[in-house]
Design a protein around this ligand. Structure first.
Ligand SMILES: Cc1ncc(C[n+]2csc(CCOP(=O)(O)OP(=O)(O)O)c2C)c(N)n1
Ligand SMILES: [Mg+2]
Length: 327
């Protein structure tokens, strides 16, 4: 079935908002205004848009430290995300979490996890809760290619398959871990897809720079999960435009490879496709201008917000809002 133009414009808007947000985050990092480290998903926006747009509001997203785009696209307010990156009190976690810990439970953004692989069993557990309660929610878990060499990946995928859990495991294969190419440390070509059969799952590979293609596999996996047919393991082929984190120039990557992937920019590809199919360029220009204005406003709001007061240091440490569990 043809995807509605409103849906496709929502994906374009999501990708552009994520792109501008992260470009600004990079600039602010270089100015010393973003504290701690940052891991940008520049170049990987089509994966975030293709999965987030068809989700229902109470579905759950679990992502990694490279999770700005996923959290933003679930509907977390941009001001609050920018404030969090800058360690300000307007931040989504009151400035106490930073770039690697973006969370907005009210929007189903169930956290960004910095320990590689740790969130896969958590996402499977959330899916188990949804199955037990009969809520019809799906749990969507994003992770990188390198994560497929972590034990928790195999434990979570196996358990999810055995129990038919409504969880979608999405491997964003950007070809690299921190500084090591995934191809140097696995015996198969496709880190997630080539392991799927070990858990009785289909081998699914999608062009992660094509929002329409991602959307299609996302919708199919959600339908399958909601029908009680169990998990999906999807490998999305993509590339990060920048280095692993902070100011890493990513020099371990061959120039020709970087250039090739820059030519396959998911936003450029989608803009060209939409206009060639009859969307007025002015419509897309307006989306871009609005996104830039939103980023400017979020930057200003966050610059004007004070750092968190030291008195909140021990609040929100545990689910009851306090820290008494430590005693
Ligand atoms: C258990 C664990 N081991 C090592 C690290 C250090 N580390 C952080 S990111 C990363 C690479 C992960 O690569 P991948 O899964 O491909 O994700 P990407 O960064 O490419 O999105 C490593 C080794 C960590 N955070 N957690
Ligand atoms: Mg990777």
């Amino acid at each position: 079935m043809e995807t509605a133009v409103e849906t496709r414009l929502a994906m374009y808007e999501g990708m552009v908002r994520a792109r501008y947000f992260e470009k600004r985050a990079y600039d602010l990092f270089m100015q010393g205004l973003v504290k701690g480290t940052t891991h940008l998903g520049l170049g990987q926006e089509a994966v975030a848009a293709g999965f987030a747009v068809p989700m229902k509001p109470d579905d759950m997203t679990y992502c990694t430290y490279r999770g700005h785009n996923h959290t933003l696209l679930r509907g977390a307010p941009m001001d609050d995300l920018m404030g969090e990156l800058m360690g300000r009190s307007n931040g989504i976690c009151a400035g106490k979490g930073g770039s690697m810990h973006l969370t907005d439970v009210t929007k189903g953004a169930m956290g960004s996890y910095a320990i590689v692989g740790a969130h896969l069993p958590v996402a499977a557990g959330a899916a188990w809760a949804a199955q037990y309660r009969g809520t019809d929610q799906v749990s969507v878990c994003f992770f990188g290619d390198g994560t497929t060499n972590i034990g928790a990946f195999h434990e979570a995928v196996n358990m999810a398959a055995v129990w038919d859990l409504p969880v979608i495991f999405v491997c964003e294969n950007n070809l690299y871990m921190e500084y090591t190419a995934i191809g140097d440390v696995i015996a198969v070509e496709h880190p997630a897809a080539d392991r799927a059969s070990a858990y009785g799952l289909d081998r699914i590979i999608v062009d992660g720079n094509d929002a329409d293609a991602v959307y299609e596999v996302a919708v199919a996996s959600y339908e399958r999960a909601r029908a009680g047919e169990g998990p999906s393991l999807i490998e999305a082929l993509t590339y990060r435009h920048k280095g692993h984190s902070r100011a890493d120039p990513g020099k371990y990557r061959p120039d020709a490879e970087v250039e090739e992937w820059l030519r396959r920019d998911p936003i450029d590809i989608y803009r060209e496709r939409l206009t060639s199919q009859g969307v007025a360029p002015g419509t897309l220009d307006a989306i871009e201008a609005a996104a830039l204005a939103e980023v400017d406003a979020a930057t200003e709001a966050s610059k004007n917000s004070p750092p968190p007061d030291p008195s909140i240091l021990m609040t929100d440490v545990w689910a009851d809002g306090g820290s008494s569990w430590r005693n």
